[in-house]
Design a protein around this ligand. Sequence first.
Ligand code: NIG
Ligand code: FE
Length: 422
Amino acid sequence: MTILIKNANEVITFKSVAQGPRIKEQMQDVAIIPYGSVLIENDRIVAIGPFTQLEVDYPDLLTVAEVIDATGKVVMPGLVDCHTHLVHGGTREQEFNMRLNGSTYMDIMNAGGGIHATTKQTREASFDELYGKTLRHLDVFLKHGITTVEAKSGYGLDWENERKQLEVAKKLHATHAIDIVSTFMGAHAVPRDYKGREDEFVDILVDDMLPKVAELGLAEFNDVFCEKGVFTPEQSRRILEAGKALQLTPKIHADEIEPYKGAELAAEVGAISAEHLLVASDEGIQKMAATGTIAVLLPGTAFFLRAPFARGRLMIDEGVPVAISTDFNPGSSPTMSLPFIMNLACMHMGMTLEEVLTATTINAAYALNRGHQIGSLEVGKQADVIMLDVANYKQLQYFYGMNHTHTVIKNGRIVVQDGILL
Ligand code: NIG
Ligand code: FE
């Protein structure tokens, strides 16, 4: 199929062709093609530029192309949501209400709620129930312009149920328009019945679960919740090194609630990213800059837990490549609106409009090791393209808290039109 998106008010690209995630002023490097067009053939981007140029270069393709009129709209790469806890049973609005009435997130978790409550509901849910629930969530993501989603396991906490979560993600990757990238996160919490025997659970992760995940090819990344009362930096290091030996790339939930030298650990183990970083230390930030570890910042979690926001501005100024994401999960960030998260990054982390575009496209793609395939409108890249019903990209955050997604093209196929899922 050939598609021509014609005469957009703005087509968003990047000025530089930097390899790797963008840092410092490169994150500011958004380029606009006014009255631009994008030509797509099958699943690839063939050309980007003014229509008059495309007419000269591709006369034959244009005669067969389905034309999408983008007059008055913005065209940009599909958003990449690089940190979610996508597959899970149940919801936790009662805990939200408890927090509004004074309980803390960690109090609730230590009393058997939080991640433990969702683990119970995820274990109780059948494969088909989880599949159906997650499919509905993916439809919402897609309608918000997200074309690739990372999915962490970590609500099974035993092999049978971790596997169930990963298999649900695998099947949905095959059946749903959205691409899903899987991360094993068996180290999301220590199961309640291992209290006092935490290292035994680490043994199971290292000796049993990680090798099975690798053997079955169920994940590309291995993530750990390195947090006081969850996994220590030493335990986290052991789990991440074990994954590395099996070709599972490390990621870390680092310095989310209390400073714990998680950012430092991420740099030391060669993690592709450290995520959350609400209370990361100056030294940790400098180490990440030196190693090029991507900071995946999740301002929705700070917003929803009423916690301090990560120091995004400082991280960018120090040279850390920054990506931002929803952290979609039933406890600390139950939203599928990455555009709203972009707004929080502008309002509460001192990031510019251009930086948040970079952070949710090309840098997020690099956090998933896919920067060469997705995350920007470039000739030869996968045709994941969205069209937004705003006159310019600044309006995307100016008209905040609304969904402006008009059309979504995934892998060269129109999957959302006029806001409606096809
Ligand atoms: O990223 N920090 C750990 N995990 C999630 C929350 C999970 C939950 O509350 O269910 C997070 O914030
Ligand atoms: Fe998370």
